[in-house]
Design a protein around this ligand. Structure first.
Ligand code: PLP
Length: 497
């Protein structure tokens, strides 16, 4: 079955997967969605015997139908190799009654590696297929993890450049050092004086600026995106939910067809939307638990039907989820109003103009598989300590948001406490060592986050990842900063206009 893509705002239809990846965002500012939802073509039983790479092929071929088998397998094999520190790529750890799906075994020790290891290969393949001879300029807004993972993926990839914008005071020290020490002639990192939403809005505005696009075209460049607004990010993320189910089956934890629950620490709504897509293609997932930190816009949305970003932006210990405008929710909104692009476009316009919108009762009904929850900073710290004391397993702050939300939801009956539950574990605790160690041992107020690394090693017994060892000694290579309103000028300067 051939799968094409269309914009959630109605401006474009019948776009091939490779073109959608190349463009990132549709011309009308909408996001690309599959025009038809494919179904898994082989049994879970067969999938349960497959490697991660084989599973990736079975899933991705359903969505990227204009890629040949050879192209896709080539991309997969170059992405999921020794960059990952385990052959399983995404292992499941059973602890304290849940299954933590560890998505942080890649280059930059956060789940963004799962998709960003393969996106550069998909993108350069897509450029070739579409005979695009322009240099691809990847513009990316990051709340901390995407930026590093995208740069690691695109560094020195011929025919590409990458420019990353991050909130100067909104990422962890390890996250910032990871970005500022990034090698690669084609990489640039810019700290902005604003939060993630400012960075994301700035990037989207540049994408939507037709005059800028024309200038780019004349100079031989074209923009694309490494954010989860790009379908090339979303599709590889569907894979690990299929893989997790198949592994639970293989290990005898579930029977074939038994529904499971999935709980995802959420910011931009990309990861949990991938879980929803996994359900759509046939993975038996009963409920999708959307876990927020104190920036609980999504919790309020699922509770009331009103999305309202008019509130204080809170900096938390889970910075990669400090987001008030969850881009990917637009895809769910579009699907929930019966693929009515006009209705969706109206709601998005309302969001842009007033900062809020309300969906209909019917749309809420459509989304009834989603359950929202949130955890406070105190609850996150308590959860890290609780899981550690009960099992010796150490989780990071983002994963702890999900873990705490799941525990509370199971206790008060919002979700089943009996059903097997997969919690997306999105970052290595080493990435947020200060918060994690202090949650377990109490406040220590050491000068530098890096001072907590050895202590975390003692507590967890887990080897210090290369990604952390590297930044302890690496040289700082980037020092650009700008005001959020100067992002377009900064891009031009970097590209030499
Ligand atoms: C990006 C990120 C998230 C949020 O994922 P979304 O797809 O934006 O919802 C959660 N945890 C970590 C560690 C992340 O890097």
């Amino acid at each position: 079955m051939n799968v094409d893509y269309r914009s959630t705002r109605g401006g474009e239809e019948h776009v091939t997967a490779s073109m959608a990846i190349l463009k990132g965002l549709a011309d009308d500012g909408g996001l690309f969605v599959p025009e038809t939802m494919p179904k898994l073509e082989i049994s879970m039983e067969a999938l349960s015997k497959m490697t991660y790479q084989e599973t990736a092929y079975e899933v991705m071929k359903l969505f990227l139908t204009d890629f040949t088998e050879e192209e896709l397998k080539n991309c997969i094999n170059r992405a999921y190799d020794e960059k990952f520190d385990t052959e399983e790529i995404a292992p499941l750890a059973k602890a304290d009654g849940a299954y933590y799906l560890e998505l942080f075994h890649g280059n930059t020790i956060a789940f963004k590696d799962m998709a960003l290891s393969i996106l550069p290969h998909l993108m350069t393949t897509a450029a070739k297929k579409n005979h695009s001879d322009k240099e691809i300029v990847i513009l990316t807004a990051t709340s901390g993890d995407t930026g590093k993972a995208a740069m690691a993926g695109f560094a020195d990839v011929p025919g590409t450049r990458i420019i990353v914008f991050y909130p100067k005071n909104g990422v962890s020290r390890v996250q910032e050092l990871q970005m500022l020490t990034q090698k690669g002639e084609n990489t640039s990192v810019v700290g902005i004086d604003g939060n993630f939403d400012d960075a994301q809005s700035g990037v989207k505005a540049i994408f939507n600026d037709q005059a800028f696009a024309k200038e780019m075209d004349e100079k031989g460049f074209r923009f694309s995106s490494a954010n989860s607004i790009n379908i090339g990010r979303l599709v590889p993320q569907v894979v690990y939910y299929v893989y997790a189910y198949a592994k639970l089956l293989e290990n005898g934890e579930i029977t074939d067809g038994e529904p499971i629950q999935v709980c995802v620490p959420t910011g931009n709504f990309g990861n949990i939307l991938a879980a929803y897509f996994a359900k759509q293609i046939g993975v038996p997932i009963a409920k999708l638990i959307c876990a927020s930190n104190e920036n609980k816009v999504l919790y309020d949305f699922f509770r009331t039907g009103t999305y309202d970003r008019n509130r204080e932006f809170i900096l938390t210990s889970s910075p990669s989820m400090d987001i008030l405008i969850s881009s990917n929710l637009e895809r769910l909104i579009y699907l929930s109003c019966g693929a009515d692009a006009k209705k969706n476009a109206e709601l998005m316009k309302e969001l842009a103009q007033t900062g809020s919108y309300t969906v209909t009762e019917e749309m809420r009904q459509f989304m009834c598989d989603f359950i929202g929850g949130f955890a406070t900073e105190e609850e996150v710290a308590a959860e890290i300590a609780h899981v550690y004391k009960n099992t010796g397993y150490v989780i990071d702050t983002h994963t702890a948001v999900a873990s705490a939300v799941y525990r509370a939801a199971a206790q008060n009956g919002d979700v089943s406490g009996e059903r097997k539950t997969v919690i997306a574990s999105t970052a290595s605790p080493y990435k947020f060592a200060r918060s994690v160690v202090e949650a377990i041992k109490g406040k220590e107020n050491k000068a530098d986050d890096l001072d907590y690394i050895d202590e975390l090693h003692e507590i967890s017994g887990v080897k210090v990842p290369n990604a952390v060892e590297e930044i302890r000694h690496a040289q700082i290579r980037h020092n650009l900063q700008c005001a959020a309103c100067d992002m377009p000028q900064t891009v031009k300067k970097i590209l030499g206009f």
